[in-house]
Design a protein around this ligand. Structure first.
Ligand code: FES
Ligand code: FES
Length: 406
């Protein structure tokens, strides 16, 4: 094993890898930046192209240990890059991608062309791109996209691009400005209209002890993914509301969550999630806004997974509805958005099912805690098994697919 340290997209990354590990595997498997695609793994197709100290290299034939102390830029690292911004728009406008598999490599090579060859004509662009293979054969659109960026810059020079070109001409690494980790920027109070509780008689018909209710999922006006769920508990609404207003108690019932600091209704903490191949530990802050009269609250939070650098923002709204004198329902509405490598998981049906299971598990824990005699210490939570839950979600999906009942 070799100890390794490099900068990837402006962030220091260390690891222990067998000396034969290539950079592509290191980036995908250890750094979890899966935007770098691997195809031929022989240095032929160009799909795996990344920048090392500002120069394009094939990460499938570059040893990771050869990049010790170097600056590596992957397709995830161009948020603030003026050339990539233009290229992304041009690829979209000129239909330069179909399946998108070659696109990270194509964009990286195209950026290098725009950087080095301000006067390139179409023939030169095609020659420069000849090391990148598109299995969808979208070369016409790709060449048109690169040409349109070059022509636009010739017509109207861009000082930011010029600065990068000057740096490259002087032999310096013309790297994109690393994206700043999104910091939690505080809260803005929002008056959220609270829907009227359902009529107790109608709700009573569906009351079940700690059972998950029907849930729906969708996209709320482009603000992110939304999942609605809920659970029923056999306790009066006022008692459930009192419990649901106590942040540490609520966090104690949420699988994987831990509060590290609390000041009034503001908390800092973390939540760990493991879902199939995806594992993340989001650290962040949240604030609870309560509407005592309506027995509803919104927990607004934002956090970041330090490993994948994915960022999450979300509102968890909940309200307690009296089903009868001795039973209540907690309706939960989760609105969230993910940025960064984990964003690819945010809308998958599996994730939606998984979150609903989490809500149901949360409901069971709330019911258990409410059932404790006055003053009794809650027993430590039984070990939560995300793997077991993931497999059960998967199994239900398979059964549904083959016509069985979930
Ligand atoms: S995967 Fe590296 S060149 Fe094809
Ligand atoms: S767009 Fe599919 S491989 Fe290029």
């Amino acid at each position: 094993m070799s100890e390794l340290s490099m900068e990837v997209n402006g962030r220091k990354v260390t690891g222990d890898v067998p000396a034969r590990t290539h950079l592509g595997d290191f980036l995908r498997d250890k750094v979890r930046l899966t935007g770098t695609n691997l195809s031929c793994e022989h240095g032929v197709c160009g799909a795996c192209t990344v920048l090392v100290d500002g120069k394009p290299v094939r990460s499938c034939i570059t040893f990771a240990v050869a990049c010790e102390g170097k600056q590596v830029t992957t397709i995830e690292g161009y948020d603030n890059d003026p050339i990539m911004r233009r290229l992304r728009e041009a690829f979209h406008e000129k239909h330069a991608l179909q399946c998108g598999f070659c696109t990270p490599g194509m964009l990286t090579t195209s950026r290098d062309i725009v950087l080095r060859l301000a006067d390139a004509d179409e023939r030169r662009v095609r020659i420069e791109l000849s090391g990148n293979i598109c299995r969808c054969t979208g070369y016409q659109g790709i060449t048109a996209a690169v040409m349109s960026v070059l022509e636009a810059l010739r017509e109207q020079p861009d000082p930011e691009v010029d600065a990068l070109r000057r740096a490259a001409a002087e032999g310096k690494a013309a790297l994109p400005e690393p994206a700043k980790a999104e910091e939690f920027a505080g809260f803005t109070a929002v008056q959220r209209p609270v829907a009227k509780p359902a009529a107790p008689a109608a709700a009573a018909a569906s009351a079940q002890s700690a059972a998950p209710s029907q849930a729906a999922a969708g996209d709320k006006a482009g603000k992110g993914s939304s999942i609605q769920g809920g659970f029923d508990v056999p306790f009066p609404a006022s008692r459930v509301w009192e419990f649901m207003s106590d942040l540490p108690a609520v966090a104690g019932c949420l699988p994987g969550a831990a509060i590290e600091e609390q000041v009034g209704d503001e908390v800092k903490g973390k939540i760990s999630i493991k879902f199939g191949p995806m594992a993340a530990a989001f650290k962040g802050a949240a604030k609870l806004e309560r509407d005592e009269a309506a027995m509803s609250a919104v927990l607004r939070g934002a956090g970041q997974d330090t490993l994948s650098q994915s960022r999450a923002k979300g509102d968890v709204s909940y309200r307690v509805v009296a089903v009868s004198d001795q039973a209540s329902r907690v309706e939960v509405d989760l609105l969230y958005s993910l940025q960064g490598p984990l964003a690819q998981f945010s809308r998958s049906g599996l994730v939606q099912d998984f979150v609903r299971r989490m809500i149901a598990e949360f409901g069971r824990n709330v019911a258990k805690r409410l059932d404790l005699p006055e003053g009794a210490e809650p027993a430590p939570q039984a070990e939560f098994s995300p793997f077991k839950m993931f497999m059960s979600v998967l199994w239900d999906r398979i059964r549904r697919f083959f016509g069985g009942k979930a």
